[in-house]
Design a protein around this ligand. Structure first.
Ligand SMILES: Nc1ncnc2c1ncn2[C@@H]1O[C@H](COP(=O)(O)OP(=O)(O)O)[C@@H](O)[C@H]1O
Ligand SMILES: [Mg+2]
Length: 399
């Protein structure tokens, strides 16, 4: 059975969607014998192009192969082949989500690696949810890679997105050591997840290996508002760069998805926005933006997004300001999630300012520098909803 480019994307890549411009770029000749394939795997970016050679590949095989190529693998590998017992010995569990488990280990060189282990393709429900398919995980892999690669991009540069070191596709039972660590976390944190003991020999996983981004903003204690203002600027510059580079919208930038690590006080952070190069002092902290499950980007004229239009839980939640943001985004884009609407980033930046001015913890609030910076945060909060994008915000407020 053959699939056209359009059929493949529309029917099977629910998260990987096609814009008209791709059709313009490659013509509208949808002959059924033509498939598409991906080029420049694991490197720069996704390129969808018509494949002139005729070959048979079902959409799920195609997605599987694309994921494997992103991993630089021909087939899924056993856990033991990817992670030695010494590596597993150095692990500890640091977080969890409905999608799976997050572990951390220190490399021999002293740097940390975060492993986000996501079971995929299996029939069993995990944490009451169906497991992601290859095509669903593919979009997360591509977005994480694109944003991580902005650190090497000459025209649009930022180190503000979590660094993706590698992606692996593994198969088999969960390693005993990781189950022990899961149990330990459960005892201390009362896990909401199902134990990964449930997985059998055939279970597949995608493991995202990320540089350690630090602790989330919810758990972090800022020294004072000058520090949080600096973090705000880092987030804003990073979003502005990504808007320019790939029409990026994060769409879920709550304070659990903003990680903070300590850095050298004098370190300068390098940005390039629209070819305009500038440096900002880190003031001893650095942001790593994570979690692109709901995000939208455009790479080589292909829009990758998560169609949340029919997700009742997301839009019915009430209480904190975070939950208002999902509704405000929906109002703004009229529930059309493929559409590019950078105002969603402005809404999240407004939320970040809300947190910074009302909820985050500060070690010292009596100093002049704290009070002046807090006033700046409040002024920004009162002003920023007038901007259409974070790019516009950065250009008007910080450059
Ligand atoms: N690069 C990273 N560095 C440090 N911790 C991380 C990193 N990525 C994820 N985490 C931890 O794992 C948790 C879940 O990861 P996240 O990507 O936000 O998934 P979810 O979709 O469950 O929110 C985060 O809140 C954070 O505590
Ligand atoms: Mg998250």
């Amino acid at each position: 059975m053959y699939y056209t480019l359009q059929e493949e994307l529309l029917l099977n890549f629910k998260c990987l969607s096609l814009t008209n411009s791709l059709e313009t770029a490659y013509g509208s000749n949808n002959t059924t014998e033509k498939l598409y394939q991906e080029r420049s795997i694991g490197g720069d970016s996704l390129q969808l192009t018509r494949n002139n050679s005729i070959y048979e590949e079902t959409p799920s095989e195609c997605a599987r192969n694309l994921v494997l190529r992103k991993c630089g693998q021909e087939k899924p590998l056993p856990f033991e082949e990817c992670y030695s017992s010494t590596t597993l010995q150095r692990c500890r569990k640091i977080g969890e989500g409905v999608y799976g488990e997050v572990f951390f280990y220190k490399n021999l060189d002293g740097f940390g690696t975060v492993m986000k282990i996501i079971p995929i393709e299996g029939k069993q429900l995990v944490n009451d949810e169906p497991q992601k398919k290859f095509h669903e995980i593919l979009s997360e892999i591509i977005i994480a890679m694109e944003l991580s690669n902005l650190r090497y991009n000459k025209i649009s540069t930022t180190v503000g997105f979590s660094e993706l070191k590698s992606v692996k596709c593994v198969q088999g039972c969960y390693p005993a050591r990781l189950i022990d660590l899961w149990d330990l976390y459960d005892e201390t944190h009362n896990s909401e997840n199902d134990s990964p003991e449930m997985f059998g020999n055939d279970q597949l996983y995608v493991v995202l290996e990320l540089a350690n981004g630090g602790v989330d903003m919810e758990s972090f204690e800022f020294r004072n508002a000058s520090e949080s203002l600096c973090l705000f600027k880092q987030i804003a510059c990073s979003l502005a760069v990504a808007e320019q580079a790939c029409e990026f919208e994060h769409r879920d930038l709550h304070w659990g998805n903003v990680l903070i690590s300590k850095s050298e006080e004098a370190k300068l952070l390098h940005y390039c926005l629209n070819g305009h190069e500038f440096y900002m002092p880190s003031k001893g902290i650095e942001v790593a933006i994570i979690d692109f499950t709901l995000s939208r980007i455009k790479v080589n004229n292909t829009v990758i997004f998560n169609d949340i239009s029919k997700d009742p839980d997301l839009f019915n939640a009430t209480g904190e300001y975070q939950f208002e943001i999902y509704k405000l985004m929906q109002q703004k884009n009229k529930n059309e999630w493929e559409h590019y609407e950078p105002y969603t980033n402005v809404l999240w930046m407004h939320y970040v300012l809300h947190q910074m001015t009302t909820t985050v913890r500060y070690a010292k609030t009596t100093t002049k520098v704290h009070k002046t910076s807090m006033q700046q945060l409040i002024t920004l909060k009162n002003n920023i909803l007038k901007y259409n994008s974070v790019d516009e915000l950065v250009n008007n407020e910080f450059l």
